[in-house]
Design a protein around this ligand. Structure first.
Ligand code: SF4
Length: 216
């Protein structure tokens, strides 16, 4: 079985989470309804606006030209405030700019070991889109995508909406760390280690499923 790159991120949240994901006991995404909506609309906005920039439009004008489409999409996605959410996304997109062209979204990548779907590729730069806080797992996830690309980029990025774009240098040390983590994650899927009682268990959204699997 090829290891989904998202399992690497999950592993840093908790070492048993990849097992629960592999068994289909929990879902892959921990995004709220708002997070899911903003994520989808941002990808759509990014691709549409990038095509206008490639056609010669100023980036700010390109983003603003897509606003009505994004408002409609957010309405379809049951946004309680589509205009303000579209404005948040447009302002963010204008602020971070484009790392390169073309801009593609939800690009499926795979190697002998790994499989994944990167949110955005701008030129040769893979970019993950998140609405939460920065985490080590996010960094490992986006760096892992570089192992699946034909051209290894020097930098990758994570767009934390609405905070900003975080750039990560793809150093040899970081890539080696990611590579070393892959077999550990693969191992936990076959043989999950019963986790120590953790402080974060109290607020973990997977607590119910976890205590059924690992009664303590
Ligand atoms: S409840 Fe605790 S051990 Fe279980 S998945 Fe959550 S953090 Fe991990």
């Amino acid at each position: 079985m090829k290891l989904p790159v998202s399992f690497l991120r999950a592993y840093f949240y908790c070492s048993v989470l990849p097992y629960m994901l592999a068994q289909g006991i929990v879902r892959g995404s921990d995004l709220s309804a708002r997070g899911t909506r903003l994520h989808k609309a941002y990808l759509e906005l990014s691709v549409k606006a990038s095509k206008l920039v490639e056609a010669g439009l100023d980036p700010t004008d390109a983003v603003n030209s897509t606003l009505s489409d994004i408002i409609n999409l957010l309405k379809e996605l049951n946004s309680p405030n589509p205009v303000s959410e579209a404005r948040i996304l447009a302002d963010f997109r204008t602020r971070v700019g484009f790392a390169g062209f073309p801009v593609k979204c939800e690009v499926e990548l795979e190697s002998d070991l790994l499989i994944g779907r990167v949110d955005l590729i701008e030129g040769y730069t893979p970019i993950e889109v998140k609405t939460g806080r920065i985490s080590r797992g996010d960094i490992f996830q986006v760096v892992a995508y570089t192992l699946l690309m034909d051209i290894e980029p020097e930098k990758v990025a994570i767009d934390y909406i609405p905070r900003g774009r975080v750039w990560i240098n793809v150093t040899r040390e970081l890539v080696d760390l990611v590579k070393k983590t892959i077999p550990k994650v693969a191992e936990t899927i076959v043989e999950p280690k019963i986790p120590e009682r953790k402080k974060m268990c109290r607020t973990c959204s997977y607590r119910a499923e976890c205590s059924l699997l690992f009664p303590r």
